[in-house]
Design a protein around this ligand. Sequence first.
Ligand code: MN
Length: 271
Amino acid sequence: MLILVTNDDGIDAPGIRALAHAVRERGDVVVVAPDGNRSASGHAITLTERISVAAHHVEPGIRGFAVGGTPVDAVKLALEKLLPGPPDLVLSGVNHGSNLGRDVFYSGTVSAAMEAAFMGTPAVAVSLAERGGAHMAEAATFVAWWLDHAYRPLPPGVFYNLNLPPLGAAVPPALRITRLGERHYLNEFQRQAPSAGRDWYMMAGLADDASEAPDTDVVAVAAGFVSVTPLSIDLTARDAQAALAPVDNLLVPADVFRMERRPRDTLSRTE
Ligand code: MN
């Protein structure tokens, strides 16, 4: 079993160290991760610069590569160049902080798992709703337990987003299978003191979870559960597709494209 472990907090973050350590007995564990904190880099890739790769010590028995790029760069490089073969599983995390609702579109942790799903590899993003690293060992041990007891293979193009509540409570949390909430933020930008002839703003929003539905990841974690959300890389809105049926195959008049003849006369349609 070949396991790739990655993250967006950087290869030296406590969360990825704990995760690699917790799954090391399961097979060959290789850590390929950004060389520094690349949180909130989303699905970004590096196109206009070279990407550095350096062997990096994780712990004895675990190979590591620090990548001078984004989390998705790291996954792509791992799968295409650095791993000895295709991995059986990609684990991304444990992220320092939750990735709930619309966070998944900004999160490098989730995007790294999504990139693995693009490439047909089973993938799990894991986040802990704590800022510090105090309970990372417990979070990582949970992942190892979850792989043994609650992991089920998902269809192609579907991957896991796991979020753990703050740990340290007297009662261990149960699992909840959830859907994505909204998680919108209030007062996202804080204005800073002007300097150098410019205005400055800092992203510093507080999540407004008041109107979340009870079956969402946001509510589950707030109530102390471990949220398990299967995410699909297919964002197509099936219901809207049906609503748009009346304009399916609508012919565009030739003058829209400044054509002299009707498109039907000059172009062969593929359908
Ligand atoms: Mn992060």
